[in-house]
Ligand binder design. Structure first.
Ligand code: GDP
Length: 471
C-alpha cells in the first residue's frame, strides 16, 4: 500500500466489499491481491513485490553516474583442499608488509587489504567456496573476482571443479593461480588442459581467463598475480559512491565477553563513519569504535574497506546486509521491524510443520515435544549444543530447537519463546535485566549455563520428567 500510494483504509474498505475482513497487518493471498489491485485501479507485479519493497529509513537511491568513483576489487580465494589457499593468502599479506609498519601485524577482521603499485586490493580471509556460497545464500554479493588456486603437481580435483561451478553460478570472473611451481612435479600445462576440460579456457588455450604461475612457498609470481587482479578489476570498472550513507555486508560477528558484540563489516558503497547509527540484519546500534585491518582506530571507511566495529546491541549473522542510517531511533525501528518479520517467519515455519507433527504423533502414540531456543557466545558451542540436544530425542519426547544463534538472549527471543512455548538455553551469555524482567512477566524460562555437559544433563532430566508415570 505504501508503494502504491493508496490509503490503508481504502484497501480495507475494498477488501470488505470483496467479503474479506482484513486488518492492517494481515497478508493477503495473490489472487485476492490481483482482484484488489484491479478494483483500486492499480497494477501489481506479483513476485517482485518482495524484491521491490523499500525499507523505510534506509537510503536506497540509485547513485548518479557522476558521483561514482573507482573502488578497489574484493577477492575470494578458492580451490581444492591442500592446494595452498591459506599459504597463498599468507604470502600475499606478506608482500604488503613494509618495514615502516608497526611490525606489519595484521588483525584478523575477516578481510585484508593489500597495496600494489599504490592500488588497493581486498582479500576475504576465509578461503573456499563454502564461505563464499554461505554468504551468497544470505544475499551477500561481496566478491568481484575469484582466485582459483590449483596445485601444479596435483592439477584439477573435485573441489577445483566445485569452485569453478560456484564462481560461474555467481557470475564472478576467475583468475587461475597455478600454485606450487617450486615443486619438481609441477606441470602447469596439464593444469591448463584439465581446466579447459572443465570449461575454463586460459589465454594459452585461446580463452580469456588469466592464469599466473605462483609459489606460495618461495613467493614467485605473487606480485604478478596481484597485478593481474588489478588488470581484471580494471576491465570490470568497479565503482562506488563514497558520498552517501554506507551499506555493505557483515563478514563475521561474535560476542566478546568484555567488548560485547563485535562485527566485521565490508563497506561496499558509501562511507561509514565512527559514531554513526547502523542496522545489521535484525540488530542495530551506534558505532562506538571502528578499527581497520591493522588494528588502528579509524573515523571513516570508504567503499571496499573492511572494518571491525563495536556498538551493536546484538550479534548479526555473517552475510547480513548492513546500512548506516540517519539516527539511532531509525536504526532501532528498522531492527525491530525485521525482528518481527523474522519471528513471523519462524512461527510460520513451525505452524506449517504442525500437520507433520500431528501425523507423527498419531503414528508414534503420545509424543511430547520439548521446544528450545539456544543462544551462545560463539558459533562453535551453539552448533555443538544444537547437535547434542537433538540427539537426545527418544520415542517419547522430541527435542525441537525452534531457533538458535550467536549472541545473548534478546527480547525477540523471549517473544519467540512465549509464542512457541520454548525454554531458552543461554550458554556463556548473560541477558540484560530488561530481558530477564520481560521473561519473568511472560513466564518464559531462561536457563543459563557454562558447561555443555550440564545443559545435556538438565535437558535429559526434563525429558524424563515429562514422561507419563509408569504403573
Ligand atoms: P589449503 O588447504 O588450500 O588452504 O592449503 P594450505 O595453504 O594449507 O597448503 C597445503 C600444504 O601445501 C601445506 O603443507 C603448504 O605448506 C603446502 N604449500 C602451499 N603452497 C605451496 C607452494 O607453493 N609450494 C610448496 N612446495 N608447498 C606449498
Amino acid at each position: 500500500c505504501e508503494q502504491a500510494e493508496v490509503s490503508t483504509s481504502r484497501v480495507i474498505m475494498t477488501l470488505m466489499k470483496l467479503g474479506i475482513m482484513a486488518n492492517i497487518n494481515q497478508n493477503i493471498d495473490e489472487d485476492t491481491l490481483m482482484v484488489l489491485a484491479d478494483d483500486l485501479g492499480i497494477s501489481v507485479v506479483v513476485g517482485q513485490v518482495e524484491e521491490e519493497e523499500k525499507e523505510e529509513g534506509i537510503e536506497d537511491f540509485k547513485d548518479r553516474e557522476k558521483d561514482l568513483k573507482p573502488r578497489p576489487p574484493i577477492i575470494t580465494v578458492m580451490g581444492h583442499v591442500d592446494h595452498g589457499k591459506t599459504s597463498l593468502l599468507d604470502a600475499i599479506r606478506k608482500t604488503n608488509v613494509t618495514s615502516t609498519e608497526s611490525g606489519g601485524i595484521t588483525q584478523a577482521i575477516g578481510a585484508s587489504e593489500v597495496s600494489i603499485n599504490g592500488q588497493k586490493i581486498v582479500f576475504l580471509d576465509t578461503p573456499g567456496h563454502e564461505a563464499f556460497t554461505a554468504m551468497r545464500a544470505r544475499g551477500a554479493h561481496v566478491t568481484d573476482i575469484a582466485v582459483l588456486v590449483v596445485a601444479a603437481d596435483d592439477s584439477v580435483k573435485p573441489q577445483t571443479i566445485e569452485s569453478i561451478s560456484h564462481a560461474k553460478a555467481a557470475g564472478v570472473p576467475i583468475i587461475v593461480a597455478i600454485n606450487k611451481m617450486d615443486k619438481p612435479g609441477a606441470n602447469p600445462d596439464l593444469v591448463k588442459k584439465d581446466l579447459a576440460d572443465h570449461g575454463v579456457l586460459v589465454e594459452d588455450w585461446g580463452g580469456d581467463v588469466i592464469s599466473v604461475p605462483v609459489s606460495a612457498k618461495t613467493g614467485e609470481g605473487i606480485t604478478n598475480l596481484l597485478e593481474m587482479i588489478l588488470l581484471q578489476a580494471e576491465v570490470l570498472e568497479l565503482k562506488a559512491n563514497p558520498n552517501r550513507l554506507a551499506m555493505g555486508s557483515v563478514i563475521e560477528a561474535r560476542l566478546d565477553r568484555s567488548k560485547g558484540p563485535v562485527a566485521s563489516l565490508l563497506v561496499l558503497n558509501g562511507t561509514l563513519q565512527a559514531g554513526q547509527s547502523i542496522v545489521a540484519g535484525t540488530c542495530s546500534g551506534r558505532i562506538r569504535l571502528m578499527v581497520n585491518d591493522k588494528g588502528e582506530a579509524i573515523k571513516k571507511a570508504g567503499p571496499a574497506t573492511a572494518v571491525e566495529i563495536l556498538g551493536l546491541t546484538d550479534v548479526p549473522q555473517a552475510g547480513d546486509e548492513f546500512n548506516a542510517v540517519r539516527d539511532d531511533k531509525v536504526a532501532r525501528e528498522i531492527a525491530a521491524r525485521r525482528q518481527e518479520k523474522l519471528r513471523e517467519e519462524v512461527l510460520a515455519k513451525n505452524s506449517s510443520m504442525t500437520l507433520d507433527k500431528l501425523f507423527s504423533q498419531i503414528q508414534e502414540g503420545d509424543v511430547k515435544e520439548l521446544n528450545l531456543i539456544i543462544k551462545g557466545d560463539v558459533q562453535g558451542s551453539v552448533g555443538a549444543l544444537n547437535s547434542s540436544l537433538e540427539k537426545l530425542n527418544n520415542e517419547n519426547v522430541k527435542v525441537n530447537v525452534v531457533h538458535s544463534g550467536v549472541g545473548t538472549v534478546s527480547e525477540s527471543d523471549i517473544m519467540l519463546a512465549e509464542t512457541s512455548g520454548a525454554v531458552i538455553i543461554g550458554f556463556n551469555v548473560r541477558p540484560s535485566t530488561a530481558v530477564t524482567t520481560m521473561a519473568d512477566q511472560k513466564g518464559v524460562e531462561i536457563r543459563l549455563y557454562r558447561v555443555i555437559y550440564d545443559v545435556i544433563n538438565d535437558v535429559e532430566a526434563a525429558m524424563k520428567g515429562m514422561l507419563d508415570p509408569e504403573y
